[in-house]
Design a protein around this ligand. Sequence first.
Ligand code: GNR
Ligand code: NI
Length: 178
Amino acid sequence: MSILNILRYPDPRLHKVAKPVTVFDERIKTLVADMAETMYDAPGVGLAASQVDVHEQVIVIDTTEDRSELRAYINPEIIWASPEMKVYDEGCLSVPGVYDGVERHAEVKVRAFDADGKEFELQADGLLAVCIQHEMDHLKGKVFVEYLSPLKRNRIKAKMIKEERELARANKQRVGQR
Ligand code: GNR
Ligand code: NI
C-alpha cells in the first residue's frame, strides 16, 4: 500500500473528466486500497481518483467517526435526488484550509460498483449525501470552490498559489541542506 500525492487547486489536472472503469482487476483493487490509505492519512472523509491524478471514475468514502465503513464507488450514478436542498460547510483535501457553504441535494440515491465489480445501490443523507455529490463533482473535473462567487474563488486561488510558492521554496531549502 502507498500514500498517493494529492493535487492542489488550481492544478489544471483537477479539471480533467474521469472515464468509466471497464476492467475490474487487481489494478483497481490496488488503486482503491491506496486511495483509502491516502484518505485516512490526510485525514479526509472522501477522496476521488481525480485528486490523485488518476482520471477514472473511482471514489472512496468513509464518513464514520471510527473509520469503520470504507466504501468504494466505481462508475457512480445518481439515480434519484431529493427536491429538498441543504447548505453544508464543505472542505476539500485539494483546497486545504478553505471551508465554505455549498447547496446540494439533501438526499441522493446512488448506483455504483464496488472494487469486486459488484453493483450496489445506496440511499444517503447528511454528510454522506454531501460527500457523494462532492466526490462525483471531482470526477467531472469540478472542485467545490467553483460554486462560490468569482470574488471568493479568486481570493482562494491567490492564497493557494502563494502557499504553493512558499512550499516550493521550503522544499528547495530542505533539499539544498543535504
Ligand atoms: O475530507 C473532506 N471533508 C468534507 C467535508 C465537507 C464536505 C465535503 C468533504 S470531502 C473532503 C475530502 C475531499 O476533498 N474529497 O474530495
Ligand atoms: Ni474534494
